[in-house]
Design a protein around this ligand. Structure first.
Ligand SMILES: *[C@@H]1O[C@H](CO)[C@@H](O)[C@H](O)[C@H]1NC(C)=O
Ligand SMILES: *[C@@H]1O[C@H](CO)[C@@H](O)[C@H](O)[C@H]1NC(C)=O
Ligand SMILES: *[C@@H]1O[C@H](CO)[C@@H](O)[C@H](O)[C@H]1NC(C)=O
Ligand SMILES: *[C@@H]1O[C@H](CO)[C@@H](O)[C@H](O)[C@H]1NC(C)=O
Length: 220
């Protein structure tokens, strides 16, 4: 729990400074926190399929021991980038969600985690990060994602269970989508939308890439 609160404190600091430094930023007109846009393709009570257009992320790869520790470490590196540790000393606004991609262990290699900050579309060519942060710019092509929502805090104790819940829902309702999930080694991501200071009303999501298998309207 303490670790979680650290992450929260960092996240909070980020959203607070966004209000004060935002004035010089191209995003200052909109005081809402930005999220990537999507189109709903398919809806069920326990999951949905969304089509996202191209999304750019600044990403931190972490060879960590746990979801929570790795998310905290990765976010710490991103936080420095957002607060000027980049070639132009640019300050960025906080966005949602903070995404942690989990690459499950396979063939004896330990799991790894990629923690991601969503770059709003206004930042078409973001300044390169300071080298020591070891961050990478990832551009995702438009694709479909299966999404399961859950409340509370995203923790080591529940993220895998929520992922299994999504896999089980897909297996029951959209069997052909399962092929896409299997073909992608069950890679999944956890999207966190709220700063840790909010104990209730929290929103998290499991994301799994189901492009090409999901439904009409998804890119092949
Ligand atoms: C998370 O990190 C803390 C301190 O860095 C460590 O004591 C703890 O064992 C780690 N947790 C896991 C599950 O690796
Ligand atoms: C960084 O700043 C230089 C000069 O101020 C500008 O020409 C360049 O476009 C900026 N680069 C980015 C990626 O913002
Ligand atoms: C799982 O994710 C990692 C990191 O993004 C990627 O290198 C790998 O190709 C993915 N696996 C599949 C089968 O897509
Ligand atoms: C958490 O984030 C979601 C999505 O942005 C938002 O709808 C919700 O109101 C937030 N909850 C709190 C307690 O701020």
């Amino acid at each position: 729990m303490e670790k979680l609160f650290l992450l929260v404190a960092v996240t909070m600091a980020a959203s607070v400074s966004y209000e004060t430094t935002g004035k010089c930023s191209p995003l200052s007109a909109a005081y809402a926190i930005e999220s990537p846009e999507f189109r709903l393709i398919h809806f069920e009570s326990d999951f949905e399929i969304r089509l996202y257009e191209e999304i750019s992320w600044m990403s931190a790869l972490v060879h960590g021991t746990s979801f929570q520790n790795s998310t905290k470490q990765g976010f710490h590196r991103l936080y420095q980038y957002l607060h000027g540790a980049n070639r132009n000393s640019t300050h960025f606004l906080m966005t949602k969600p903070v995404l942690t991609t989990v690459i499950p262990s396979s063939r004896g290699s330990p799991p790894s985690y990629i923690v991601r900050y969503y770059l709003p579309v206004e930042y078409k060519s973001p300044p390169p990060p300071s080298a020591e942060l070891n961050l990478q710019l990832d551009r995702w092509k438009g694709h479909c994602i299966a999404v399961r929502k859950f409340g509370g805090y995203a923790m080591d104790e529940n993220v895998e269970k929520e992922k299994d819940g999504l896999v089980s829902s897909l297996g029951k309702r959209l069997k052909r989508v399962m092929q896409g999930v299997e073909n992608r080694d069950y890679n999944y991501s956890i999207a966190q939308y709220n700063a840790s200071k909010h104990p209730t009303g929290r929103l998290n999501e499991v994301w799994m890439d189901v492009s090409g298998f999901a439904a009409k309207g998804c890119p092949v």
